[in-house]
Write a protein that binds this ligand. Sequence first.
Ligand code: ADP
Ligand code: UDP
Length: 237
Amino acid sequence: MTNPPLYEGKAKKLYATSNPSQLLLSYKDEATAFNGAKKETIAGKGELNNRISNLVMQELHKHHINTHLIQELNHTDSLVKKLKMFPLEVIVRNISAGSLVKKLGVSEGKVFDSPILEFCYKNDDLGDPMINTYHIIALNLATQEEIESISALALQINEILRPYFAKLQIQLVDFKLEFGIDDEGKICLGDEISPDTCRFWEMQTKEKLDKDRFREDLGNLTESYRVVLEKILSKGQ
Ligand code: ADP
Ligand code: UDP
């Protein structure tokens, strides 16, 4: 890419294309955690996330979920619909892990009877604080109707992906989604669904196959992401 990106985030760059309603999403090899405090370049990570996210979004297309993915362009880059993003991180949890364990004192690995849905305000300066629907409406981040649609979509995506990964002998512990509005005015899933944004545990061994390998200095990050990709390629199509 010769033109400067429209936006460079921690894990991806967004470039304009000749079509004003489309963007090129380019995955970087950067790994960050703890709101950017821990940072490292991990060769090959961008390529793995691009491929995994696209395969997962293609699976969602089969279930008529509207995602931004148009086409994978090469190993690290994809063409996507340009969205007007809600400044929200939508988190779905099936099993306790991460911040929930720290915040609520639940032990790691508790399987919930029903999924937990959380919203965070996407704002790095504030450390992406958790907010509720009253905050979202009062701060004009989304309307009541939009929150209801986003919540229903997030739970529907969980109902599709939990059994999809279970078939691959992977537990979908929790994950983060981001939504936006497309140029037809419809709510659309954006960003990525990858081991950077999901917790994946190998079903039998409970081995972590996601960014916790980086957060917790467990090593073998790309090897673990490759296990996820290989499982999807071998059985998830
Ligand atoms: P961050 O901004 O948190 O550092 P990334 O490095 O992943 O994260 O940057 C990707 C950015 O692109 C995010 O801010 C995300 O909200 C935004 N984004 C993702 N998909 C789209 C899309 N289809 N249209 C517009 N913006 C998008
Ligand atoms: N997550 C993410 N980006 C964020 C925060 C969370 O992709 O900025 C994902 C994270 O990978 C996990 C889920 O959302 O799959 C729940 O994360 P948690 O709240 O436990 O956050 P942590 O503090 O552990 O990142």
